[in-house]
Write a protein that binds this ligand. Structure first.
Ligand code: E4P
Length: 217
């Protein structure tokens, strides 16, 4: 399973890239706004930090402008994946960009039939938002199960990129379902390392080791 980080904060991305666990980056207009930086500049910088796909999202809503924005964004670096919304215009642009060999991430997916449309439109990634579905009392993970099932039925190459991930249990469930990727805020990636028994066990080992008076080096 691949791990993408969902942020436009370059210092966070640099630290995670050093961990060797980072397979890509996703951004969205809200995250770019939060960075307070120019989009083209921050995307170029992120693309230089990771060889993996870096999602950069269009902001136009009509197909013609969206296509021009997508062509501009993919010109920033070879590893840009153009992110388009799951709308009629977005899927039209997805098909056009995919036909040109561009990786497209279709975002704001909230139903399995939307996911089916994105695969038919040639998306490299579909981003179902599990946390936002949970927030309104629906079962976000059921959408992942349904999408993985449907894609397997037809052998679609589109990767299921679990988005709006809020905690490690989402990552566990997504991995059990065979989702290809999870994109998470930096704090959620860090939370994956944590277990109180690991901390307690390490503390006890080190205390016992100290009593021996030895050092390995
Ligand atoms: C994914 O690409 C989105 O940027 C992100 O996962 C949305 O997460 P949120 O619902 O926590 O804003």
């Amino acid at each position: 399973m691949k791990f993408f980080v969902d942020t436009a904060d370059v210092s966070d991305i640099r630290a995670l890239a050093d961990s060797g666990l980072l397979d890509g980056v996703t951004t969205n207009p809200s995250l770019i706004a939060k960075s307070g930086r120019k989009m083209a500049e921050v995307i170029a910088e992120i693309c230089a930090l990771t060889p993996g796909p870096v999602s950069a999202e269009v902001t136009a809503t009509d197909a013609e402008t969206m296509l021009r924005e997508g062509q501009y964004l993919r010109g920033i670096a070879a590893n840009v994946a153009v992110k388009v919304p799951l709308t009629e215009a977005g899927l039209k642009v997805c098909r056009a960009l995919a036909n040109d060999g561009t990786k497209v991430n279709v975002t704001l997916c909230f139903s399995a039939v939307q996911a089916l449309l994105a695969a038919k439109a040639g998306a490299a990634f579909i981003s179902p938002f599990v946390g936002r579905l949970d927030d309104i009392g629906q079962d976000g993970m059921q959408l992942i199960a349904d999408t993985v099932h449907i894609y397997r039925n037809y052998g679609f190459a589109t990767e299921v990129l679990v988005a709006s991930v809020r905690h490690p249990v989402h990552v566990l469930q997504a991995a059990k379902l065979g989702a290809h990727v999870a994109t998470m805020p930096p704090a959620t990636i860090r939370a994956l390392y944590k277990h109180p028994l690991t901390d307690r066990g390490l503390e006890a080992f080190l205390a016992d080791w100290k009593k021996t008076g030895q050092s390995i080096l």
